[in-house]
Ligand binder design. Structure first.
Ligand code: HEC
Ligand code: HEC
Length: 235
């Protein structure tokens, strides 16, 4: 019986080689895939940040929802997983918010999660920043520069960029002279005071968590004033 079985066993074909695998199609490398996803994550976070600054609640909410459901680093490296979850959780929690200030804090917390992953995975980011604008024709130019520079400092873990951004806002003249169109009224003067205080406190923020909170407070303060006075039209 055994012999029969052996005899019936298929005869191995000694020299059969698997058909040569076709060369892999030229595709993106891991770095390119991650960078592609990062540009999407970045675009959404920045869209949320700018919507908060304009005081546009609907747009901020929509972007937070996108991030909560779609944030994807394009890599499944295990060490990055808790940060991806932190990023989505910040967006999810923020999405429950009801005010510009709450949405502002959500963006700051998203930024802290981005920073955590970049530090953990030793991601190479080039924190390029523009130099501080010097003309005081309205506060928009300086304020936008300061917020972008703080964002870079936060997300790329750059002490230099962070210090420059908070320094710019902390250095606003107390009455906003030269940075406000017309004479700032008492409410604007008080709001400038708050921004300066937040930025001054932010100088001491050396870790990404407290930087994220400072960032969130600052953009929330920009947005709630704009929403109140209807300063910037939704785009
Ligand atoms: C799970 C980890 C992880 C999270 C979360 C994450 N990143 Fe990244 N990021 C990376 C890695 C890894 C790289 C480096 C990619 C490379 O060098 O190939 C990177 C690179 C980048 C770059 C540079 C891309 C380039 O073209 O050089 C930017 C900008 C960026 N991330 C923005 C963000 C923003 C904004 C967030 C949060 C909304 C975020 N990232 C969240 C892992 C992450
Ligand atoms: C006290 C209220 C108030 C605060 C706080 C405030 N803004 Fe404004 N913003 C205004 C008003 C009012 C205008 C309309 C133009 C003007 O009077 O300067 C304006 C206009 C702008 C503009 C469009 C005009 C331009 O100059 O480009 C930008 C951009 C801007 N603000 C950015 C910011 C940012 C960023 C912050 C936070 C760091 C901020 N603002 C904080 C009240 C405020």
């Amino acid at each position: 019986m055994l012999l029969v079985l052996l005899a019936c066993a298929p005869i191995p074909v000694a020299h059969a080689k698997p058909a040569a695998a076709p060369p892999p199609p030229p595709g993106p490398t891991m770095g390119e895939v991650v960078r592609l996803h990062m540009s999407e994550n970045l675009a959404s976070a920045i869209a949320t940040r700018d919507a908060v600054i304009r005081g546009d609640l609907a747009e901020a909410r929509e972007e937070l929802e996108w991030m909560a459901n779609n944030a994807d680093p394009g890599t499944s490296i295990a060490a990055g997983a808790p940060w991806l979850e932190a990023l989505r959780a910040a967006a999810r929690a923020g999405h429950q918010g009801r005010s510009v200030r709450e949405y502002g804090l959500a963006v700051g917390r998203e930024g802290a999660a981005c920073a955590g992953c970049h530090q953990t995975l030793k991601a190479s980011l080039s924190p390029v920043t523009a130099s501080q604008p010097t003309d005081g024709n309205g506060h928009g130019k300086l304020a936008n520069w300061a917020v972008s520079t703080m964002w870079t400092g936060l997300v790329a873990n750059s002490d230099t960029a962070w210090a420059a951004g908070v320094g710019g806002l902390a250095g606003l003249p107390p009455d906003g002279a030269g940075y406000w169109v017309g004479a700032p009224g008492p409410a604007a003067t008080a709001a400038i005071g708050t921004l300066k205080e937040q930025a001054t406190a932010g100088k001491a923020a050396t870790d990404r968590t407290s930087r994220g909170e400072t960032f969130g407070q600052v953009v929330g303060a920009c947005g709630s004033c704009h929403a109140e006075v209807g300063a910037i039209k939704p785009q």
